[in-house]
Ligand binder design. Structure first.
Ligand code: GDP
Ligand code: GDP
Length: 437
């Protein structure tokens, strides 16, 4: 299930990053960091009560003058309206209301998205003096916080998560397999989508009541119902390059977050780029189903070893994606295009797979018999019991004697054993080790 996306919007210096850093969950991962994913803090995971969500900080570079600030805030608001489920609009309780705040508030209000108005820097009672003017923004009761002191955050989060209930309930889209096409401009994403749409029966062009992107295409085949999402967001021209980069990352990130299957598409003549690696790295970190398509295969001069060697080279570069299937196609000639949805469906089925607890524990017991866990420090890990607690992606909890005794390479060994026994090709897996005393 996709996590709700919460976007932070506000003037420079109101405290967006301070708040963001406070709320960002410190997820301890025994998996090594994905190469290529730079921690530019555009997004982070957070949780509150039973809810997990993704935060997006729309704030970019520091603008110099007031009119630039307004322009940038409008862009921030726009990206938040496009991508977020809930928008947190942050204003500065010490500075008070500004004209830019009012303009942006108006824009947000018109979007009809849920908005939580947050007045930051209310460090003490005397800072509450300015509070009343914020009611004039017309976006409801202001929540007062002090991000730096950690005050009022619980009440604010209560207000944010209130809007999550029912967000994805009863959505017709639930029956659809959501596929995000990831890749640089010109690799052939729209050619492939058009080809797929042209070959298959298109059932709906627009599902009423949904607020999704206009670039989504809906189609139904014998394999099921699909939504194809073109993530082309990099083509927009602008003077401010850094800012555009940030916004296109946010857009792509949101598309990946909501997808079931992510297809990385590369141009056969060009190969994988650093940008590809970074974006598919997000998908990998979110444990999505993933496949790789090498397009324009018609342009490559080849013999019987070309494909195998090409795949080996790519796998060496994208070593963290060893579970992803590869497909070599030509969207132009149609070569192997009929395989695309077939492979995507296979990845999805594995992403949605549930295995029985009995067989799962048999597999783990056998794996431990074949290869004992190593001693870490002075301890040897003992696994008492394992269970699958979720699908999309498959999530397992291993109950162990001591979580500090897990060795990275042994965790990888166990994951590989699961993959071999149950066929999890094309999907990420989440494995949590939990101590049971
Ligand atoms: P951003 O530009 O919106 O991301 O703002 P920052 O998070 O970088 O914060 C801007 C400045 O405001 C920094 O100097 C922070 O230390 C300060 N700041 C953030 N939160 C608070 C707060 O709750 N109270 C006070 N007094 N200062 C704060
Ligand atoms: P997008 O920007 O990723 O959506 O890429 P497009 O679908 O717009 O394709 C970019 C260009 O590549 C167009 O000129 C296409 O005709 C061409 N193209 C797409 N797929 C293929 C292919 O398989 N082989 C060849 N030779 N050209 C292709």
């Amino acid at each position: 299930m996709a996590k709700p996306i919460v976007a932070f919007v506000g003037r420079p210096n109101v405290g967006k990053s301070t708040l963001f850093n406070r709320l960002a969950g410190k997820r301890i991962s025994i998996v090594q960091d994905t190469p290529g994913v730079t921690r530019d803090r555009v997004y982070a995971q957070a949780d509150w009560l039973k809810y997990e969500f993704t935060m997006i900080d729309t704030g970019g570079i520091e603008p110099k003058s007031d009119d630039v600030i307004l322009k940038q805030m409008k862009r921030q608001a726009q990206i938040a309206i496009e991508t977020a489920d809930v928008i947190v609009f942050i204003v500065d309780g010490k500075e008070g209301l500004t004209a830019a705040d009012s303009e942006v508030a108006q824009m947000l209000r018109r979007s009809k998205k849920p908005i939580v108005l947050v007045v930051n820097k209310v460090d003490s009672k005397k800072d509450e003096e300015n509070l009343y003017e914020f009611y004039n923004l017309g976006i409801g009761e202001p929540m007062t916080i002090s991000a730096s002191q950690g005050l009022g955050l619980g009440d604010m989060l209560d207000e944010v998560v209130k809007h999550f209930d029912g967000l994805y309930d009863g959505e017709e889209e639930d029956e659809y397999i959501r596929i995000a096409m990831i890749g640089k401009p010109n690799v052939g994403k729209s050619s492939l989508i058009n080809k797929l749409l042209g070959e298959e029966r298109v059932i709906v062009s627009n599902i009423p009541g949904t607020t999704r992107d206009a670039v989504d295409s809906y189609l139904e085949t014998d394999l099921g119902k699909f939504i194809l999402v073109d993530t082309a967001g990099l083509r927009r021209k602008s003077k401010v390059k850094e800012e555009i980069e940030r916004y296109s990352v946010i857009r792509t990130y949101a598309a990946v977050e909501r997808a079931d299957v992510c297809i990385l598409m590369v141009d056969a003549e060009e190969g994988v780029t650093d940008q590809d690696e970074k974006i598919i790295g997000y998908a990998h970190e979110m444990n999505k189903a993933i496949m790789v398509i090498v397009n324009k295969w018609d342009l490559i001069e080849k013999d019987d070893k070309t494909m195998v060697n090409y795949q080996k080279d790519m796998q060496a570069k994208l070593s963290f994606l060893s579970y992803a299937p590869y497909l070599f196609i030509s969207a132009l000639t149609g070569q192997r295009v009929h395989k695309v949805l077939e492979v995507a469906k296979m990845c999805y089925d594995n992403y949605n797979k549930r295995v029985s607890t009995g067989i799962l524990n048999d597999v783990i017991n056998r794996a431990v018999l074949m290869k004992e866990p190593p001693i870490v420090g002075l301890k040897r890990m003992k696994i008492y019991y394992a269970t699958q607690v979720a699908t999309k992606p498959p999530k397992f909890i291993f109950f162990v004697n001591d979580a500090t005794a897990i060795h990275f390479s042994y965790a990888r060994y166990l994951e590989n054993q699961l993959r071999e026994s149950f066929d999890f090709k094309g999907t990420g897996l989440e494995i949590e080790y939990r101590e049971r005393k």
